[in-house]
Write a protein that binds this ligand. Structure first.
Ligand code: FE2
Ligand code: FE2
Length: 403
């Protein structure tokens, strides 16, 4: 039997206290994992400046990114209307029949459990767990738990209180322009800033999108990859100016192209599965390709990038493909010719890039294929298709067919 925790809440926003609580329970109760479930907020409970469900979900996904054992479910958000806890538990039992569920609630909610819709069923479907808050009287909590136990209801009160952090306080700080100081994971703080959540009207971030993206990649990448991304952005802009692509888009695509490159493979797989992306057979065998797929998904669903051109350029920057768009070509080449690159032959491809973009693409594809052959690794079909596309068009004396 697997043991899983279920932690529902509006998570507006998720904060370090939620994560500490989930991790504490996981450790104490020896759980295999914890499922965070952002809940639907019924219309009459929607506060002013409340973050949209998609934002709350995205922040949960960002928060669990680096926490082992924590996953996020959109089950309640994708259901029509608000759902009752008991319905969620029934659904989880249907989906995962071999799992024992532990339901976490905050201390305040715990003391109202008996009033919950179909409480007896909830108690049958899950062990009821809570944790006292530091500085509050736990006597009432323990008395309530004792009474539940006396009625044969399985429950657990953690003996050690957690530091109280509240989402209300976090929202207040953001509105007042005060620092969040580790109250939320760094990625969540950036997300709040990027999307202007919880601000007074008109107090939007005055930085440009690229400045915000730069700060985000700074936090997500190591020094080497961060420097590389800045160099690729510059080079992409230069090539775009030379070949008539949009220099602004090229710069943004360059900044963001490796955004997931330093993220653990497990986390990348998680984000792909969260958004229903299946890796093909070659991709499954080639971890180095994952960051392009997970990067595009991260940009679309978490950072809210909507420009398809940029998303496709990131998506295909490792493999290339037949019929690459001009922006895709620019990014593909810039990744080879950026100022930080110092491999043998880099000057050759730099010269080619200044003569004709397609010649540089061909060189890049050849290089990639040779490298894979030497290492005995599989070649992605998109790379082969890009190769054929370019060679055939060369023979026809023209440019490749752009998408
Ligand atoms: Fe890359
Ligand atoms: Fe790169």
């Amino acid at each position: 039997m697997k043991k899983m925790g279920l932690f529902g809440g509006s998570f507006d926003p998720i904060h370090s206290g939620h994560l500490a609580m989930a991790q504490r329970f996981m450790q104490r109760l020896e759980l295999d994992g914890v499922l965070l479930m952002p809940t639907c907020v019924p219309p009459h409970k929607i506060r002013e400046r409340m973050a949209a469900a998609s934002h709350r979900l995205a922040m949960c996904r960002l928060a669990v990114g680096e926490c082992d054992g924590l996953t996020v479910s959109d089950m309640e958000l994708t259901r029509e209307g608000a759902s009752f806890t008991v319905e969620t538990l029934e659904e989880l039992h249907r989906r995962y029949p071999d799992t024992e569920w532990y339901l976490f609630t905050g201390a305040d909610m715990f003391c109202t459990l008996r009033t919950w819709y179909r409480f007896e069923d909830i108690a049958r479907l899950a062990v009821l767990c809570t944790i006292p808050r530091e500085g509050t009287d736990t006597a009432q909590l323990l008395a309530y738990a004792e009474a539940l136990t006396a009625d044969g209801i399985r429950c657990y009160v953690d003996p050690q209180p957690v530091q109280p952090i509240s989402s209300t306080e976090i929202r207040r700080r953001v509105t007042a322009g005060e620092p969040l100081d580790g109250l939320v994971p760094a990625a969540v703080a950036q997300y709040i800033e990027l999307h202007g959540l919880y601000r007074e009207d008109g107090a939007m971030d005055t930085r440009t999108k690229d400045q915000q993206f730069t700060q985000i990649i700074r936090a997500r990448l190591g020094d080497y990859r961060y420097h590389h991304s800045l160099c690729v952005a510059e080079e992409a802009r230069r090539l775009a100016e030379r070949y008539g692509a949009d220099p602004q888009k090229a710069y943004t695509a360059g900044l963001l192209h490796d955004i997931m490159k330093d993220t653990a493979p497990k986390t990348q797989l998680q984000i792909l599965s969260d958004f229903g992306i299946l890796l093909d057979e070659v991709e499954q065998q080639s971890k180095t390709l994952w960051h392009a797929r997970s990067g595009a998904v991260f940009l679309r669903h978490i950072l809210g990038v909507t420009d398809e051109d940029i998303l496709q350029a990131v998506r295909y920057h490792t493999t290339g493909r037949a019929g690459m768009s001009l922006l895709e070509k620019v990014l593909f080449v810039a990744d080879f010719t950026s100022a930080d690159r110092d491999y043998e032959d880099v000057d050759v491809i730099r010269c080619l890039a200044d003569e004709a973009l397609d010649s540089a693409i061909q060189y890049g594809i050849d290089y990639t294929i040779r490298d894979l052959l030497e290492q005995g690794r599989p070649i992605h079909p998109n790379t082969l298709a890009a190769y054929n596309d370019i060679v055939l068009s060369e023979q026809n004396g023209g440019q490749t067919n752009e998408q």
